[in-house]
Design a protein around this ligand. Structure first.
Ligand SMILES: [Zn+2]
Ligand SMILES: [Zn+2]
Length: 454
Protein backbone atom coordinates (compact mmCIF):
# COMPACT_ATOMS: atom_id res chain seq x y z
CA UNK A 1 0.00 0.00 0.00
CA UNK A 2 1.41 3.43 -0.88
CA UNK A 3 2.04 6.02 1.83
CA UNK A 4 -0.83 8.12 0.49
CA UNK A 5 -3.37 5.33 0.51
CA UNK A 6 -2.15 4.22 3.96
CA UNK A 7 -2.72 7.75 5.28
CA UNK A 8 -6.11 7.78 3.56
CA UNK A 9 -7.11 4.56 5.31
CA UNK A 10 -6.01 5.94 8.70
CA UNK A 11 -7.97 9.14 8.08
CA UNK A 12 -11.07 7.10 7.30
CA UNK A 13 -10.69 5.15 10.55
CA UNK A 14 -10.20 8.35 12.57
CA UNK A 15 -13.23 9.96 10.99
CA UNK A 16 -15.41 6.92 11.70
CA UNK A 17 -14.31 6.92 15.35
CA UNK A 18 -15.21 10.62 15.67
CA UNK A 19 -18.56 10.07 13.94
CA UNK A 20 -19.21 7.20 16.36
CA UNK A 21 -18.92 9.72 19.21
CA UNK A 22 -20.83 12.43 17.40
CA UNK A 23 -23.70 12.99 19.82
CA UNK A 24 -21.47 12.99 22.89
CA UNK A 25 -19.03 15.46 21.34
CA UNK A 26 -21.82 17.80 20.27
CA UNK A 27 -23.21 17.54 23.81
CA UNK A 28 -19.84 18.54 25.32
CA UNK A 29 -19.68 21.65 23.17
CA UNK A 30 -23.25 22.54 24.13
CA UNK A 31 -22.76 21.79 27.84
CA UNK A 32 -19.59 23.89 28.12
CA UNK A 33 -21.30 26.76 26.30
CA UNK A 34 -23.94 26.62 29.04
CA UNK A 35 -21.32 26.48 31.81
CA UNK A 36 -19.01 29.40 30.97
CA UNK A 37 -16.01 30.00 33.22
CA UNK A 38 -13.38 32.73 32.97
CA UNK A 39 -9.63 32.17 32.72
CA UNK A 40 -7.82 30.27 35.48
CA UNK A 41 -11.26 29.41 36.92
CA UNK A 42 -12.36 26.78 34.36
CA UNK A 43 -12.91 23.97 36.87
CA UNK A 44 -16.05 22.46 35.33
CA UNK A 45 -14.49 22.38 31.86
CA UNK A 46 -11.22 20.97 33.22
CA UNK A 47 -13.10 18.20 35.05
CA UNK A 48 -14.99 17.39 31.84
CA UNK A 49 -11.71 17.05 29.94
CA UNK A 50 -10.14 14.93 32.70
CA UNK A 51 -13.17 12.61 32.56
CA UNK A 52 -12.71 12.07 28.82
CA UNK A 53 -8.97 11.44 29.16
CA UNK A 54 -9.68 8.88 31.88
CA UNK A 55 -12.23 7.16 29.67
CA UNK A 56 -9.78 7.09 26.76
CA UNK A 57 -7.14 5.54 29.02
CA UNK A 58 -4.72 8.42 28.43
CA UNK A 59 -2.31 9.37 31.22
CA UNK A 60 -2.71 13.07 31.99
CA UNK A 61 -1.57 15.91 34.22
CA UNK A 62 -4.04 18.44 35.59
CA UNK A 63 -3.76 21.75 37.43
CA UNK A 64 -1.24 23.12 34.92
CA UNK A 65 -1.34 26.93 35.27
CA UNK A 66 -4.26 26.32 37.68
CA UNK A 67 -6.72 24.56 35.35
CA UNK A 68 -4.81 23.15 32.36
CA UNK A 69 -5.18 19.43 31.59
CA UNK A 70 -2.67 17.65 29.35
CA UNK A 71 -2.71 14.06 28.10
CA UNK A 72 -0.19 12.17 26.03
CA UNK A 73 -0.95 9.47 23.46
CA UNK A 74 2.22 7.64 22.51
CA UNK A 75 2.48 6.19 19.04
CA UNK A 76 4.14 2.96 17.97
CA UNK A 77 7.57 4.56 18.05
CA UNK A 78 9.22 7.66 19.43
CA UNK A 79 9.06 10.77 17.28
CA UNK A 80 7.87 14.36 17.20
CA UNK A 81 5.09 15.39 19.60
CA UNK A 82 2.15 17.22 18.04
CA UNK A 83 -0.26 18.97 20.40
CA UNK A 84 -3.95 19.53 19.76
CA UNK A 85 -5.19 22.33 21.99
CA UNK A 86 -8.58 23.43 23.25
CA UNK A 87 -8.96 26.74 25.07
CA UNK A 88 -11.10 26.44 28.18
CA UNK A 89 -12.11 29.98 29.02
CA UNK A 90 -15.03 32.33 28.48
CA UNK A 91 -15.35 36.13 28.52
CA UNK A 92 -17.16 38.39 30.97
CA UNK A 93 -20.35 39.51 29.22
CA UNK A 94 -23.30 39.64 31.64
CA UNK A 95 -25.76 40.66 28.91
CA UNK A 96 -25.17 37.46 26.93
CA UNK A 97 -28.23 35.16 26.89
CA UNK A 98 -26.13 32.19 28.06
CA UNK A 99 -24.12 34.17 30.63
CA UNK A 100 -23.61 32.68 34.06
CA UNK A 101 -26.10 34.60 36.22
CA UNK A 102 -23.63 34.87 39.11
CA UNK A 103 -20.25 35.52 37.44
CA UNK A 104 -21.39 37.12 34.16
CA UNK A 105 -19.09 34.75 32.25
CA UNK A 106 -20.21 33.90 28.72
CA UNK A 107 -18.71 31.89 25.86
CA UNK A 108 -18.71 34.70 23.33
CA UNK A 109 -15.54 33.48 21.60
CA UNK A 110 -16.55 29.85 21.02
CA UNK A 111 -13.78 28.23 23.08
CA UNK A 112 -16.18 25.53 24.31
CA UNK A 113 -16.28 24.18 20.74
CA UNK A 114 -12.47 24.03 20.72
CA UNK A 115 -12.52 21.78 23.79
CA UNK A 116 -14.97 19.44 22.06
CA UNK A 117 -12.85 19.42 18.88
CA UNK A 118 -9.71 18.61 20.88
CA UNK A 119 -11.52 15.70 22.57
CA UNK A 120 -12.88 14.58 19.19
CA UNK A 121 -9.37 14.58 17.72
CA UNK A 122 -8.27 12.41 20.67
CA UNK A 123 -11.10 9.96 19.94
CA UNK A 124 -10.15 9.84 16.26
CA UNK A 125 -6.42 9.43 16.83
CA UNK A 126 -6.97 6.75 19.50
CA UNK A 127 -8.29 4.57 16.66
CA UNK A 128 -5.01 4.84 14.72
CA UNK A 129 -2.36 5.43 17.39
CA UNK A 130 -0.59 2.14 16.60
CA UNK A 131 0.28 3.60 13.19
CA UNK A 132 1.80 6.87 14.38
CA UNK A 133 5.53 7.46 14.69
CA UNK A 134 5.39 10.09 17.37
CA UNK A 135 3.13 11.33 20.12
CA UNK A 136 -0.13 13.22 20.04
CA UNK A 137 -0.62 15.53 23.02
CA UNK A 138 -4.10 16.74 23.95
CA UNK A 139 -4.01 19.90 25.98
CA UNK A 140 -6.92 21.87 27.44
CA UNK A 141 -5.36 25.28 28.11
CA UNK A 142 -6.63 28.05 30.40
CA UNK A 143 -7.16 31.76 30.06
CA UNK A 144 -6.67 32.84 26.46
CA UNK A 145 -8.81 35.95 26.99
CA UNK A 146 -7.53 39.10 28.71
CA UNK A 147 -10.19 39.59 31.38
CA UNK A 148 -10.20 40.15 35.15
CA UNK A 149 -6.66 41.48 34.84
CA UNK A 150 -6.53 43.08 38.28
CA UNK A 151 -7.26 39.71 39.91
CA UNK A 152 -4.65 38.06 37.69
CA UNK A 153 -2.08 40.74 38.55
CA UNK A 154 -2.65 39.82 42.20
CA UNK A 155 -1.97 36.17 41.35
CA UNK A 156 1.24 37.20 39.59
CA UNK A 157 2.29 39.29 42.61
CA UNK A 158 1.56 36.37 44.95
CA UNK A 159 3.57 34.01 42.73
CA UNK A 160 0.65 31.78 41.76
CA UNK A 161 0.90 32.93 38.14
CA UNK A 162 3.89 34.08 36.13
CA UNK A 163 1.92 35.74 33.36
CA UNK A 164 -1.58 37.12 32.82
CA UNK A 165 -2.65 34.74 30.05
CA UNK A 166 -2.65 30.97 29.87
CA UNK A 167 -0.20 29.95 27.17
CA UNK A 168 2.39 32.48 28.31
CA UNK A 169 2.17 31.07 31.82
CA UNK A 170 2.34 27.49 30.54
CA UNK A 171 5.40 28.25 28.38
CA UNK A 172 7.18 29.89 31.30
CA UNK A 173 6.51 26.81 33.45
CA UNK A 174 7.88 24.45 30.80
CA UNK A 175 4.50 22.82 30.09
CA UNK A 176 5.24 22.92 26.35
CA UNK A 177 8.83 21.70 26.65
CA UNK A 178 7.82 18.19 25.57
CA UNK A 179 5.75 19.42 22.60
CA UNK A 180 7.22 20.16 19.15
CA UNK A 181 4.29 21.84 17.39
CA UNK A 182 0.72 22.75 18.26
CA UNK A 183 -2.66 23.36 16.66
CA UNK A 184 -6.13 24.46 17.59
CA UNK A 185 -9.23 25.31 15.57
CA UNK A 186 -11.08 28.47 16.61
CA UNK A 187 -14.70 29.28 15.76
CA UNK A 188 -15.12 32.46 13.71
CA UNK A 189 -18.01 34.93 13.77
CA UNK A 190 -21.12 35.10 11.64
CA UNK A 191 -20.64 35.06 7.87
CA UNK A 192 -17.27 33.32 8.06
CA UNK A 193 -16.32 30.75 5.42
CA UNK A 194 -16.55 27.10 6.56
CA UNK A 195 -12.79 27.12 7.05
CA UNK A 196 -10.18 29.84 6.88
CA UNK A 197 -6.49 28.98 7.02
CA UNK A 198 -3.41 31.13 7.56
CA UNK A 199 -4.83 34.10 9.49
CA UNK A 200 -2.43 36.24 11.51
CA UNK A 201 -3.08 38.39 14.59
CA UNK A 202 -1.69 41.54 16.17
CA UNK A 203 0.49 41.39 19.24
CA UNK A 204 -0.55 43.57 22.17
CA UNK A 205 0.85 45.41 25.17
CA UNK A 206 -1.28 46.70 28.05
CA UNK A 207 -0.25 49.92 29.79
CA UNK A 208 -1.62 51.02 33.14
CA UNK A 209 -0.80 54.70 33.39
CA UNK A 210 -1.20 56.74 36.58
CA UNK A 211 -0.77 60.53 36.61
CA UNK A 212 -0.14 62.08 40.02
CA UNK A 213 -0.64 65.79 40.48
CA UNK A 214 -1.54 67.98 43.45
CA UNK A 215 -5.04 68.70 44.77
CA UNK A 216 -6.18 72.22 45.57
CA UNK A 217 -9.43 74.17 45.82
CA UNK A 218 -10.76 74.30 42.25
CA UNK A 219 -12.51 77.63 42.91
CA UNK A 220 -10.35 79.60 45.29
CA UNK A 221 -6.79 78.40 44.54
CA UNK A 222 -6.58 76.27 41.38
CA UNK A 223 -3.08 77.70 40.78
CA UNK A 224 -1.80 75.67 43.72
CA UNK A 225 -2.88 72.45 42.05
CA UNK A 226 -1.34 70.16 39.44
CA UNK A 227 -4.19 68.78 37.36
CA UNK A 228 -3.64 65.07 36.77
CA UNK A 229 -6.78 64.75 34.62
CA UNK A 230 -5.55 67.39 32.17
CA UNK A 231 -2.20 65.61 31.94
CA UNK A 232 -4.09 62.42 31.07
CA UNK A 233 -6.30 64.04 28.43
CA UNK A 234 -3.25 65.71 26.87
CA UNK A 235 -1.62 62.28 26.69
CA UNK A 236 -4.66 60.93 24.82
CA UNK A 237 -4.50 63.87 22.39
CA UNK A 238 -0.78 63.29 21.90
CA UNK A 239 -1.49 59.63 21.08
CA UNK A 240 -4.16 60.68 18.58
CA UNK A 241 -1.74 63.13 16.98
CA UNK A 242 0.50 60.19 15.98
CA UNK A 243 -2.08 58.05 14.23
CA UNK A 244 -1.03 59.27 10.76
CA UNK A 245 2.45 57.93 11.42
CA UNK A 246 1.28 54.35 11.90
CA UNK A 247 1.72 52.41 8.65
CA UNK A 248 -1.36 50.64 7.26
CA UNK A 249 0.54 47.38 6.91
CA UNK A 250 1.49 47.42 10.59
CA UNK A 251 -2.19 47.35 11.64
CA UNK A 252 -1.44 49.44 14.73
CA UNK A 253 -4.30 49.97 17.17
CA UNK A 254 -4.05 52.14 20.27
CA UNK A 255 -7.13 52.19 22.49
CA UNK A 256 -7.21 54.18 25.73
CA UNK A 257 -9.85 54.60 28.40
CA UNK A 258 -9.89 56.85 31.47
CA UNK A 259 -10.43 54.54 34.43
CA UNK A 260 -10.12 57.34 37.00
CA UNK A 261 -10.46 61.03 36.31
CA UNK A 262 -10.82 62.70 39.69
CA UNK A 263 -13.17 62.52 42.66
CA UNK A 264 -15.14 65.78 42.55
CA UNK A 265 -15.04 68.93 40.39
CA UNK A 266 -14.55 71.07 43.51
CA UNK A 267 -10.93 69.94 43.78
CA UNK A 268 -8.19 69.89 41.18
CA UNK A 269 -7.80 66.14 40.44
CA UNK A 270 -4.55 64.87 41.92
CA UNK A 271 -4.89 61.41 40.36
CA UNK A 272 -5.94 60.23 36.93
CA UNK A 273 -5.52 56.77 35.46
CA UNK A 274 -5.58 55.45 31.91
CA UNK A 275 -5.60 51.90 30.69
CA UNK A 276 -4.16 51.64 27.18
CA UNK A 277 -3.89 48.66 24.84
CA UNK A 278 -1.29 48.95 22.07
CA UNK A 279 -1.47 46.42 19.22
CA UNK A 280 0.58 45.82 16.08
CA UNK A 281 1.30 43.15 13.52
CA UNK A 282 5.02 42.67 14.11
CA UNK A 283 7.41 42.99 17.03
CA UNK A 284 9.11 45.92 15.35
CA UNK A 285 5.82 47.76 14.83
CA UNK A 286 4.79 46.97 18.40
CA UNK A 287 8.06 48.43 19.71
CA UNK A 288 7.52 51.60 17.66
CA UNK A 289 3.90 52.08 18.71
CA UNK A 290 4.78 51.52 22.38
CA UNK A 291 7.54 54.12 22.15
CA UNK A 292 5.07 56.61 20.63
CA UNK A 293 2.59 56.00 23.45
CA UNK A 294 5.30 56.33 26.09
CA UNK A 295 6.34 59.70 24.60
CA UNK A 296 2.72 60.88 24.54
CA UNK A 297 2.23 59.95 28.17
CA UNK A 298 5.37 61.82 29.18
CA UNK A 299 4.23 64.83 27.14
CA UNK A 300 1.06 65.06 29.24
CA UNK A 301 3.05 64.90 32.46
CA UNK A 302 5.64 67.41 31.19
CA UNK A 303 3.03 69.98 30.16
CA UNK A 304 1.32 69.96 33.56
CA UNK A 305 4.30 69.20 35.78
CA UNK A 306 2.74 65.93 36.94
CA UNK A 307 4.39 62.60 37.69
CA UNK A 308 3.41 59.65 35.52
CA UNK A 309 3.93 56.00 36.40
CA UNK A 310 3.51 53.44 33.62
CA UNK A 311 3.22 49.71 34.14
CA UNK A 312 3.64 47.97 30.77
CA UNK A 313 2.83 44.30 30.33
CA UNK A 314 3.23 42.32 27.14
CA UNK A 315 -0.13 40.66 26.73
CA UNK A 316 0.31 38.67 23.52
CA UNK A 317 3.06 38.37 20.95
CA UNK A 318 2.11 38.85 17.26
CA UNK A 319 0.71 35.62 15.87
CA UNK A 320 1.97 34.07 12.64
CA UNK A 321 1.29 30.47 11.61
CA UNK A 322 3.72 27.97 10.21
CA UNK A 323 3.32 27.99 6.40
CA UNK A 324 3.73 24.20 6.03
CA UNK A 325 1.11 23.52 8.69
CA UNK A 326 -1.23 26.02 7.02
CA UNK A 327 -0.81 24.16 3.72
CA UNK A 328 -1.57 20.87 5.48
CA UNK A 329 -4.77 22.34 6.94
CA UNK A 330 -5.75 23.75 3.56
CA UNK A 331 -5.34 20.38 1.84
CA UNK A 332 -7.17 18.46 4.55
CA UNK A 333 -9.89 21.11 4.76
CA UNK A 334 -10.44 20.86 1.00
CA UNK A 335 -10.65 17.07 1.22
CA UNK A 336 -13.07 17.23 4.14
CA UNK A 337 -15.31 20.16 3.19
CA UNK A 338 -14.64 20.74 -0.51
CA UNK A 339 -12.09 23.13 -2.06
CA UNK A 340 -14.53 26.04 -2.25
CA UNK A 341 -15.14 25.83 1.51
CA UNK A 342 -11.56 26.80 2.34
CA UNK A 343 -10.65 30.48 2.30
CA UNK A 344 -7.21 32.03 2.61
CA UNK A 345 -6.72 33.76 5.95
CA UNK A 346 -6.32 37.48 6.56
CA UNK A 347 -4.65 39.64 9.16
CA UNK A 348 -6.84 40.29 12.20
CA UNK A 349 -6.52 43.28 14.51
CA UNK A 350 -7.31 41.12 17.52
CA UNK A 351 -4.70 39.19 19.49
CA UNK A 352 -4.19 35.67 20.83
CA UNK A 353 -1.67 33.92 23.03
CA UNK A 354 -1.14 31.43 20.20
CA UNK A 355 1.23 34.22 19.14
CA UNK A 356 3.37 33.44 22.15
CA UNK A 357 3.37 29.74 21.38
CA UNK A 358 4.13 30.54 17.74
CA UNK A 359 7.33 32.29 18.82
CA UNK A 360 8.45 29.07 20.48
CA UNK A 361 7.29 26.40 17.97
CA UNK A 362 5.35 25.94 14.70
CA UNK A 363 1.64 26.55 15.26
CA UNK A 364 -1.59 26.12 13.28
CA UNK A 365 -4.76 28.11 14.04
CA UNK A 366 -7.54 27.71 11.43
CA UNK A 367 -10.98 29.24 11.88
CA UNK A 368 -14.18 27.22 11.47
CA UNK A 369 -17.78 28.40 11.06
CA UNK A 370 -20.81 27.50 13.15
CA UNK A 371 -21.45 30.67 15.16
CA UNK A 372 -23.88 33.55 14.85
CA UNK A 373 -23.04 37.15 15.76
CA UNK A 374 -19.70 38.91 16.12
CA UNK A 375 -17.04 37.42 18.39
CA UNK A 376 -17.00 38.99 21.87
CA UNK A 377 -20.54 40.36 21.44
CA UNK A 378 -23.75 39.39 23.25
CA UNK A 379 -25.07 38.04 19.92
CA UNK A 380 -22.26 35.52 19.52
CA UNK A 381 -23.28 31.93 19.98
CA UNK A 382 -22.30 28.60 18.48
CA UNK A 383 -25.50 27.22 16.99
CA UNK A 384 -23.98 24.64 14.64
CA UNK A 385 -21.79 22.49 16.87
CA UNK A 386 -21.05 20.07 14.03
CA UNK A 387 -19.30 22.80 12.00
CA UNK A 388 -17.66 24.36 15.06
CA UNK A 389 -16.50 21.21 16.84
CA UNK A 390 -16.95 18.02 14.84
CA UNK A 391 -15.44 19.05 11.48
CA UNK A 392 -12.44 20.67 13.25
CA UNK A 393 -11.93 17.42 15.21
CA UNK A 394 -11.68 15.48 11.94
CA UNK A 395 -9.52 18.19 10.34
CA UNK A 396 -7.00 18.20 13.19
CA UNK A 397 -6.91 14.40 13.45
CA UNK A 398 -6.16 14.24 9.72
CA UNK A 399 -3.39 16.83 10.03
CA UNK A 400 -1.82 14.84 12.89
CA UNK A 401 -2.02 11.65 10.80
CA UNK A 402 -0.24 13.38 7.92
CA UNK A 403 2.41 14.68 10.29
CA UNK A 404 3.11 11.47 12.20
CA UNK A 405 2.38 8.53 9.91
CA UNK A 406 5.01 6.74 7.84
CA UNK A 407 8.01 7.68 9.96
CA UNK A 408 6.71 11.16 10.79
CA UNK A 409 8.58 12.54 7.80
CA UNK A 410 6.17 15.45 7.38
CA UNK A 411 6.49 16.53 11.02
CA UNK A 412 10.27 16.28 10.79
CA UNK A 413 10.37 18.43 7.67
CA UNK A 414 8.16 21.08 9.34
CA UNK A 415 10.61 21.18 12.25
CA UNK A 416 13.66 21.25 9.97
CA UNK A 417 12.25 24.17 7.97
CA UNK A 418 11.52 26.04 11.17
CA UNK A 419 15.08 25.76 12.46
CA UNK A 420 16.21 26.03 16.06
CA UNK A 421 13.47 26.26 18.62
CA UNK A 422 13.30 29.37 20.80
CA UNK A 423 14.12 28.35 24.35
CA UNK A 424 12.01 29.24 27.37
CA UNK A 425 14.79 31.63 28.42
CA UNK A 426 14.77 33.35 24.99
CA UNK A 427 11.00 33.65 25.19
CA UNK A 428 11.30 35.19 28.66
CA UNK A 429 13.88 37.68 27.34
CA UNK A 430 11.57 38.69 24.50
CA UNK A 431 8.73 39.31 26.92
CA UNK A 432 10.99 41.21 29.31
CA UNK A 433 11.73 43.69 26.56
CA UNK A 434 8.15 44.97 26.84
CA UNK A 435 7.44 44.46 30.54
CA UNK A 436 8.45 47.58 32.46
CA UNK A 437 7.58 49.85 35.35
CA UNK A 438 8.70 53.42 34.68
CA UNK A 439 8.18 56.79 36.33
CA UNK A 440 8.66 60.23 34.77
CA UNK A 441 8.67 63.48 36.71
CA UNK A 442 7.16 66.14 34.45
CA UNK A 443 8.07 69.01 36.79
CA UNK A 444 11.75 68.18 36.46
CA UNK A 445 11.59 66.70 33.00
CA UNK A 446 13.41 63.52 34.07
CA UNK A 447 12.97 59.86 34.89
CA UNK A 448 12.85 58.81 38.49
CA UNK A 449 12.48 55.54 40.45
CA UNK A 450 9.15 53.81 39.97
CA UNK A 451 8.10 54.54 43.53
CA UNK A 452 8.52 58.26 43.02
CA UNK A 453 5.54 60.55 43.60
CA UNK A 454 5.20 64.32 43.90
ZN1 LIG B 1 -11.76 35.93 22.19
ZN1 LIG C 1 -11.00 33.14 21.19
Amino acid sequence: MSADSRAGRLKQLAREAIEGCRERLLAVSDDLQRHPETGFREHHAAATVAGWFTELGLPFESGLSVTGVKARMTGRSAGPAVAVLGELDALVLPGHPLADPVTGAAHACGHHAQVASMLGAAVGLAAVREHLDGDAVFFAVPAEESVQLEWRRELVRSGELRHLVGKADLIARGAFDDVDMAMLCHTAGQGAPPLSVGDSHNGSVVKKVRFTGRASHAGSSPWHGVNALKAATLAISAIDAQRDTFRDEDAVRVNAVVVHGGDAPTAVPDRAELEIVVRARSLEALRGACAAVDRAVRAGALALGAVVTTESTLNYLPHHQDPALVELARANGAALLGPSAVAAGRHRGASTDMGDLGEVMPVLHPFASGATGDAHSVDYQVTDHASAALDPAVLMAWCVIDLLNDGAGTARSVLAARGARRTTAQYAALRAEFDALTCYDGARGEERGPEGEL
